[in-house]
Design a protein around this ligand. Structure first.
Ligand SMILES: Nc1ncnc2c1ncn2[C@@H]1O[C@H](COP(=O)(O)OP(=O)(O)OP(=O)(O)O)[C@@H](O)[C@H]1O
Length: 331
């Protein structure tokens, strides 16, 4: 396996674009909060005002000198200070509640994270007060968490659908043989829906409303409700007044399908590059979808049609990387 040492780490961290989850050996999930920080001041040393849930309540509701900073973009670290502060916040929250000796955490990273992206994450973790972390590719953790026996000499395909990135990986004998990454996941869909409303309805909505709107559409598309209408709250930019816009869910289907198709193409491309023995195994066992975005309506079905391979959504897909970490910690 990529990371095969018997783990002496007490904790594992799934530092996601949308959510950060920390697991402790024997204790399960001990921290699960949005990956977001709120700072005061725009100078060289802005002060952290809030992180996690509290900071997420401020999104779209603050003005200067406060600002919202997301530590990660597209699955990788984009703001060093915010990442350090968020990890520090997580460390303090856990330390207070569990009295854990926090040394050398295991942290999940995208399979295609560059050397410099990995180094930046290691530095942020150490600056936050952790020991030097061990980095493990997220698709491998997701596969372990989804209950796949990754150590077998057998091809397994995992599609890990997060907020910032969607990773397609083929795994055999405990390591990743091939991976494809779509830098864009649930957040890209939120943004595409937001753009659709701005362009076609001159209607502006905030980030939080965009995500709520997406989750509602997911429910409707999933239930096959083709004549449903959906309401969204925001600002009518033609009148300059706050309003509730009601529109048909079907109108948003092309926006939805565009992202689903992008992921379907990545799966197909990965399959076309997979050695025949491994793809035979995948054909027999199917493709496993993990990550919160795996719950997006039509995705699993589209991948199955595109790849001509059966798909299954892992149980509690949002927690797969975290439960993979938990299994490693208990090895
Ligand atoms: N039912 C659903 N339908 C569509 N999207 C969903 C659903 N449930 C959760 N999501 C989306 O899943 C994403 C969060 O998933 P997850 O927590 O796995 O991401 P992350 O680990 O933070 O991101 P990344 O792995 O890209 O860094 C969000 O974009 C959220 O809106």
């Amino acid at each position: 396996m990529f990371f095969n040492a018997r783990s002496t780490s007490p904790i594992g961290i799934d530092l996601g674009t949308a959510n950060t989850i920390v697991v402790a050996a024997g204790n399960g999930i001990v921290f699960d909060q949005p990956t977001v920080c709120c700072f005061q001041g725009f100078d060289a040393a802005p002060r952290l005002i809030a992180a996690g849930y509290e900071a997420s309540r401020y999104v779209g509701r603050i003005s200067k000198p406060l600002k919202i900073v997301r530590p990660l973009r597209n699955g990788v670290l984009s703001d060093m200070r915010a990442t350090r502060e968020l990890l520090h916040f997580a460390r303090r929250s856990i330390g207070k509640r569990r009295g854990l000796n926090l040394v050398q955490p295991i942290i999940g990273v995208p399979a295609d994270a560059t050397q410099s992206e990995q180094r930046a994450l290691e530095t942020a973790a150490v600056d936050a007060g952790f020991g030097a972390p061990k980095l493990v590719p997220e698709p491998l953790l997701a596969a372990i968490g989804a209950g796949l026996d990754v150590d077998q000499a057998r091809g397994r395909m995992v599609v890990d659908c997060g907020a910032g990135t969607t990773e397609v990986a083929v795994i055999s004998l405990g390591s990743i043989c091939l991976s494809k990454s779509v830098r864009g996941g649930g957040d890209a869909l939120d943004q595409a829906l937001l753009d659709h409303l701005a362009f076609h309805h001159r209607f502006q909505i905030g980030e939080r409303e965009a995500e709520k709107f997406k989750l509602r559409l997911s429910e409707l598309f999933g239930a096959g409700e083709t004549d449903a209408v959906v309401s969204v709250r925001g600002l009518d930019t033609s009148t300059g007044l706050p309003q509730t816009l009601t529109l048909s869910a079907e109108e948003c289907r092309p926006v939805w399908i565009k992202l689903v198709e992008q992921i379907g193409r990545a799966v197909r491309q990965a399959l076309s590059e997979t050695p025949p023995e491994l793809s035979e195994d995948i054909l027999e066992d199917g493709i496993t979808l993990t990550g919160g975005g795996a719950l997006a309506a039509l995705l699993s079905r589209h991948i199955a049609e595109e790849a001509q391979v059966m798909t299954r959504i892992a149980q509690q897909p949002r927690h797969c990387v975290a439960s993979g970490l938990q299994k490693l910690l208990l090895q």
